[in-house]
Design a protein around this ligand. Structure first.
Ligand SMILES: N[C@@H](CCC(=O)N[C@@H](CS)C(=O)NCC(=O)O)C(=O)O
Length: 210
């Protein structure tokens, strides 16, 4: 049995949608970040980074959303949310997933938590430079997508869910992922899936959806 430690609309969203896509049994354990519960000793015993998400699978505890997604894809390979290990497409899967978590996501952290990086007086400038870095990255993804339906190969993978999650985080930025036409089509496609809709409902996420 899986247990996903989550907070609505955070980095737990891709694993949450994926668990539903895979149609496996799981339990949701909410961590109230507004109350700072990610810092509670009980949660730090699960994720010593004090970050969301974490996945518990019997005695195994995983953190890092991308690692959780890859683990779930492999355990339920028949669902096809990641290409076969060792295949060239799997190489593509690693490339895009690592790029999303390692390149786009850290810039998101800069945008949402600027005070962790610079003094208060520099926050606005810092956010602006973050945005200048971030948007060309989304443009690169948009260009890669072109007429493709999905980011890797011919079918939906966890990479699409991950890109969807990160794109959503731009919805209140001065420039948004959804303004890019190819990416917008991907976001619409992921949003239309029952697993995504249920995740939004359960997490209580309201419009704008992304
Ligand atoms: N690299 C981590 C990042 C996780 C992360 O930063 N999560 C945010 C929510 S989106 C969080 O826990 N924020 C609470 C905090 O930083 O105090 C992952 O992908 O799992």
């Amino acid at each position: 049995m899986y247990a996903l430690y989550y907070a609505p609309a955070t980095a737990s969203m891709a694993p949450h949608i994926l668990l539903r896509e895979l149609q496996v049994e799981f339990e949701l354990r909410r961590v109230d970040t507004e109350k700072g519960e990610q810092h509670d000793p009980a949660y730090r015993a699960i994720n010593p980074n004090a970050r969301i998400p974490a996945l518990q699978h019997d005695e195994l505890i995983l953190w890092e959303a991308a690692a959780i997604c890859t683990y779930l894809c492999d355990r339920h390979a028949e669902a096809g949310f990641a290409p076969a290990p060792g295949s060239k497409l799997r190489g593509e899967f690693y490339k895009w997933l690592t790029w999303l978590t390692n390149t786009i996501q850290p810039d998101m952290i800069c945008w949402f938590y600027p005070e962790r990086f610079v003094p208060a007086a520099d926050v606005e400038r810092f956010k602006l430079t973050t945005l200048e870095r971030l948007m060309p990255r989304f443009a690169l993804l948009d260009e890669h997508l072109g007429d493709r339906e999905w980011i890797v190969g011919e079918q939906i993978t966890a990479v699409d869910l991950y890109a969807f999650m990160l794109s959503r985080w731009t919805r209140n930025m001065p420039r948004r992922a959804r303004d890019l036409p190819n990416l917008r089509r991907l976001l619409d496609r992921v949003m239309a899936r029952p697993a995504t809709r249920t995740t939004y409902e359960v997490e209580g996420i309201r419009e704008p959806y992304f």
